[in-house]
Write a protein that binds this ligand. Structure first.
Ligand code: 2NE
Length: 275
């Protein structure tokens, strides 16, 4: 792939090529743990990918290996900047802005694929969980640490995890804070496939290219439909937004607008009441 850099950031790398965006957390010395600035940059890049109508798939990964040879997707919130009320940003404000990023990844009408090499731990584990798909390298290690380090994610981190792996397994993951290897993650349905580490990005590109062959509106509506099952009224809003978009794209939908602009009565009689 001819990856073209999109924008300079401090904590992340962002590229695009041929319908695919690639967003990489670049703090390998911290096992790619995120500070508030990292999240601001991730949000900016994901929002950019969402806006770009040429992009259908985002590959989300962590830079590695570190100088000690170890890999990480993300080790969650950077504990060295955790203060009272959240992770302290450069202006001294406590933040949990990763929750905004979670919502964006989940609701953006593009397919987000996590490529996990090494550790996906804590808030980093929740990030991969929220991606549409996860491809794991054979060295991947998954787990939550919240109850060990004085934290928890009772939002998507608990409820969506239970949807993915089931209530019993989700409670085990959170209560015991164990680490699970790639094979165990595959068995519990936490990841879609496991590949040798050298093949991780190539596999992600292959999956992305297969998705890009498909209908964008079909994939968009499917993503919203999968979300709607879990997300209550905000999930319905997302799904219904797509029906409105599709309605606007019909002649029937534009008749109402045209009639208003032409200061005449709309003629909806010509459209059928389909069975
Ligand atoms: C990830 C893990 C298991 C890796 O272990 P290991 O032995 O391979 O590496 P090591 O030596 O622990 O880490 C390497 C360097 O990365 C830093 C370490 O402090 C160390 O730095 P130096 O000593 O070399 O200077 N590092 C790693 N993770 C970090 C982190 N999260 N914050 C700051 N520095 C970190 C092992 O490193 C580990 O268990 N990490 C902590 C995982 C964790 O507890 N994450 C936070 C969970 S809470 C959360 O993410 C959260 C939430 O619960 C709710 C909302 C938002 C966020």
């Amino acid at each position: 792939m001819d990856w073209q850099p999109v924008k300079e950031y401090e904590d992340i790398l962002y590229y695009k090529a041929d319908g695919i965006a690639k967003i990489v957390i670049n703090r390998p010395h911290k096992r790619n743990a995120f500070r508030p600035k990292t999240v601001v940059e991730l949000y900016d890049a994901f929002a950019n990918a969402r806006e770009d109508s040429r992009i259908g798939v985002v590959l989300f990964s962590g830079m590695g290996p570190h100088t000690d040879g170890k890999y990480a997707f993300c080790a969650g919130g950077d504990q060295s900047v955790r203060g009272e009320g959240g992770y302290i940003d450069e202006g001294g404000m406590p933040r949990l802005n990763v929750l905004d990023l979670q919502k964006l990844i989940r609701s953006m009408p593009k397919v987000v694929i996590a490529l996990v090499a090494g550790y996906a731990i804590g808030g980093g584990h929740v990030l991969h969980l929220l991606c549409d798909l996860t491809i794991a390298a054979d060295n991947a290690i998954f787990g939550q640490t919240g109850p060990k380090v004085g934290s928890f994610d009772g939002g998507f981190g608990a409820s969506y995890m239970a949807r993915v792996v089931g209530q019993k397994k989700a409670r085990e993951i959170w209560y015991l804070c164990r680490q699970y290897d790639a094979a165990a993650a595959l068995e519990m349905g936490l990841v879609n496939t496991v590949v040798p580490i050298e093949q991780l990005e190539a596999e992600g590109i292959q999956w992305a290219q297969e998705i890009l062959e498909k209908s964008p509106i079909a994939i968009r509506c499917l993503k919203a439909a999968f979300n709607a099952d879990c997300d209550g009224q905000s999930g319905l809003q997302e799904l219904a937004g797509n029906t409105t978009m599709l309605y606007y794209m019909t002649e029937e939908g534009s008749e109402g607008k045209q009639a208003f602009l032409e200061k005449r009565q709309p003629d909806f009689r010509k459209y059928p009441w389909l069975p």
